[in-house]
Design a protein around this ligand. Structure first.
Ligand SMILES: Cc1ncc(COP(=O)(O)O)c(C=O)c1O
Length: 515
């Protein structure tokens, strides 16, 4: 407060240096003014007991004061025989309980609607044993279509043995960022083999696939730049794009004419541009036309980033992903991103690309620089899984055959599999979210684990069940599952009451997710 007073015009705070004569003149003037005002002070008392003249007097006293702030304070006290009125502290309401937050209320509403329809929560089910083509839930062995263990490497003894040996040798953690704690030789080995797998110059691994996208996109792009992404891109890319402050546009799913339209309209206004797509889409099980994506990125002077979370080990004759599928040189894509959590049976993410790109990320990507390095067991498991993948194309062929079989059988049974390419992901469109959750429940009763995707992840009337197919599923498991889906779906649709349908229509309108 005092500092504020001293800074006001009329105080000595901002004045240019004055001569002795000027100073004497000012002091006399100030003293005359103070005396004349103090005689009127009592007549001008305000409601809070202080007068406006008090404040003026404080200002003038401050102006006269020598010895800095303390001197000014003493002078004020002398002048007025009182201290300035205490500052009024603002008061605040107590912090809002989390249960009053709109996000909680909305979740609560969803739970009430679900319980009104007698639905069990299908999410966060606890499992025992190793997740793969089968799983154990509440003591029962289920056929599992909710695992990303596409090549069955989570079941592989050599992968588990490598992880155990790494724990014995290096412990369970590398404790800090590799930048400061140093790295392990196995980090370098893994990155060198991944780079080699993509025929790229270099690679960097992160502790999470999600953080890989957030950090890479968020750091590389800036406010002068443009990001154009497929509308079905994974949340991690969307979050990274927001973080970057670049201008972001999405194009209709797999519609490269629409991508070109966006670029024609916006590219020239920005410095750098980044096009982002997935190698294989985890929601719809389809993939983009990579050769055309490369032509477009070259024509518009943009970088191209492909997220291979679901295409590594799945696409291409030997599982090298979408470049191999199309017979392209992977170096024509600027940024390859992938996760270690799916085909590679571990945990983490990677970026493969040029030396320069990796050097930037190594020193600037916050999710790498400020986060711990991959743990020894995760690193060793990934390395062992990658080596098996490199040497065993038979697993990839088996997975591709299983995916094709699931798709063909589903189509034959009249199920809507949307645009799935019949590789590792086949969605079965249900439409109504209540029916989707009921189908999940019914399948569970019949020994099958498959999860629904419902609003808000997809529009209200676009609920579906997603089936992740692995090389370890047997043709019998696939055929009998498709048969059960078709039978249960028909029964569920027939039994849905009019009241339930009407209630759902109202909820859809209220939630604004009707389309
Ligand atoms: C396309 C895509 N990218 C990134 C991620 C994030 O990977 P992670 O779960 O390994 O963090 C996922 C996860 O499912 C994904 O589907």
């Amino acid at each position: 407060m005092l500092i504020l007073f001293l800074a006001l015009p009329g105080s000595s705070w901002r004045r240019p240096p004055a001569s002795n004569l000027q100073r004497q003149e000012r002091r006399k003037e100030a003293s005359r003014t103070t005396q004349s005002r103090s005689s009127k002070r009592k007549a001008k008392m305000t409601d809070d007991g202080a007068s406006r003249d008090d404040h003026v007097a404080w200002l003038e006293a401050a102006g006269r004061a020598r010895g800095g702030i303390k001197g000014a304070a003493r002078s004020l006290a002398r002048t007025l025989g009182t201290m300035p009125p205490a500052e009024v502290q603002p008061t605040f309401e107590p912090a809002m309980p989390f249960s009053d937050l709109p996000v909680f209320q909305s979740m609560d509403k969803h739970r009430s609607v679900a319980s009104m329809f007698g639905l069990k929560n299908p999410f966060y089910r606890a499992h025992d044993g190793r997740l793969g083509a089968t799983t154990v839930h509440e003591g029962r062995v289920l056929v599992n279509f909710a695992s990303y263990d596409y090549l069955g490497l989570n079941q592989e003894p050599a992968v588990a043995a490598a992880a155990k040996a790494a724990v014995d040798e290096c412990g369970t953690s590398v404790s800090a960022s590799r930048l400061v704690a140093g790295e392990r030789y196995m980090h370098r080995e893994l990155e060198s083999e991944l780079a080699d797998f993509y025929r790229c110059e270099a690679c960097l691994t992160f502790v999470s696939g999600h953080a890989t996208n957030v950090s890479t996109v968020g750091m590389l792009m800036g406010s002068d730049d443009l990001i154009v992404q497929d509308e079905l891109m994974h949340n991690s890319v969307i979050v990274g794009a927001k973080l970057s402050r670049a201008t972001c546009h999405s194009f209709r799913h797999n519609d490269l004419d629409d991508l070109e339209k966006v670029l024609r309209q916006h590219r020239a206004k920005h410095k750098n541009a980044l096009i982002i797509a997935e190698g294989l889409y985890s929601m719809d099980g389809d993939f983009p036309d990579l050769p055309r994506l490369i032509l477009i990125k070259e024509r518009y002077g943009a970088w191209l980033m492909i997220d291979e979370a679901h295409s590594l080990g799945v696409m291409g004759k030997t599982g090298r992903g979408s470049a191999e599928h199309f017979g392209l040189d992977p170096r024509r894509v600027d940024i390859w991103m992938g996760t270690l959590s799916k085909t590679l049976a571990s945990c983490g993410g990677y970026i493969c690309g040029s030396h320069d790109l990796i050097e930037i990320l190594k020193y600037q990507a916050p999710g790498f620089v400020y986060s711990v390095g991959l743990s020894p067991p995760s690193t060793a498991a990934t390395l062992a899984a990658l080596r098996i993948l490199k040497g065993d194309a038979g697993r990839v062929a088996k997975l591709q055959a299983n995916g094709r079989l699931f798709l063909d059988e589903a189509r034959r049974a009249g199920l809507d599999t949307m645009t799935s390419a019949g590789l590792s992901v086949v969605p079965v469109m249900v439409g109504c979210p209540v029916r989707a959750v009921r189908l999940t429940d019914k399948l569970l009763e019949r020994g099958i684990n498959a999860l629904p995707i419902i609003h808000p992840a997809v529009p209200m009337k676009a609920a579906r069940l997603r089936f992740f197919i692995t090389s370890k599923h047997t043709p019998e498991q696939i055929c009998s599952t498709v048969e059960l889906i078709a039978a249960e779906l028909a029964t569920i649709a027939k039994r849905q009451s009019l009241v339930e349908r009407a209630t759902l229509a109202v909820v859809a309108v209220r939630e604004g997710g009707g389309s």
